[in-house]
Design a protein around this ligand. Sequence first.
Ligand code: SF4
Length: 346
Amino acid sequence: MPCDLLDLSREELAVWLAARGLPAWRAAQVLRWVYARGVTDFEAMTDLSRELRVLLAEHFRIAPPMIRERLVAMDGTEKFLFGLEDGETIEGVLLPERGHFTLCVSSQAGCAQGCRFCLTGRGGLRRNLRPAEIVGQVLAVRRAMAEPERLTNLVFMGMGEPLANLEPLLQALSLLTDAEIGMGFAARRITVSTAGLVPQMIAFGRASRVSLAVSLNAADDATRSRLMPINRLWPLGELLAACRRYPLPPGRRLTFEYILLRDVNDSPADARRLCRLLAPLRCKVNLIPFNPHPGCAFARPAEEKILAFQKVLLEARYTAIIRRSKGEDILAACGQLRGRRAPAAN
Ligand code: SF4
């Protein structure tokens, strides 16, 4: 099968073209057709010579993931199930916000991290996604959106641990932030979330200027290890030390995600521990009341406990925002839609 053009960086395509005696600027010209105009047929690239179109079609295909299912919630949140060429499936969620849209992107089919509150984690890792399958989610959703809707923000909080698939992720990010080929997402409008892969965090910070969110979910090692097996490998002391060393771009802050689970991590004492843990960092905290899914062992805290937790953080002068779940009527918990269509791993 010919190679997927979406797997190539602009530089790699320029090298490929140069080897055939063609100038480097042709790479941006070809990629603009794909990324700015959403064209997937070389024949339609009418400002390229006939010979170049034939040459490209002989060596490449353009195959973003197919949208197999699309559900719209009452609040306007949309959930997509994408089919990949080998039959794997992944999910994406499109979130309407004031005047723009945010897409939640997947980086792996399944996930190896096994976080206990996560449905995707229960099925295990199927495989890493290629760059084409990461940028392809954005292309497919952008094509499915109605005018004049605008996709401006991306969060890598869908299926998978993005930093466990680092090279394809970085390649996808360089395409997504490349204004010359027509993507041009602002780096500060892209957030990559990690469960806390310490060595990869620093490598990522050196290689990319997009924002980083750390999925924390507990302020003591015993609770965090119970919720997130990765904490046994990289406990809080090492994770927070990496956060302090993280090469933040000027004027930016780290984000910490904290899923509030009833009677597990939602007490005022937990909130005070969290304040002490984050004390030296330039950061903000997103509090996410748990969205229960069938068969899970956790529940959402009562509203007054959520507000009391936030109050402790606000009084300690943290930016602490409560992120309400969206799209609850369309199986919006990560992994739910895929779980309904595909057998679980293992
Ligand atoms: S929460 Fe994220 S890192 Fe943890 S198992 Fe789920 S997808 Fe993986």
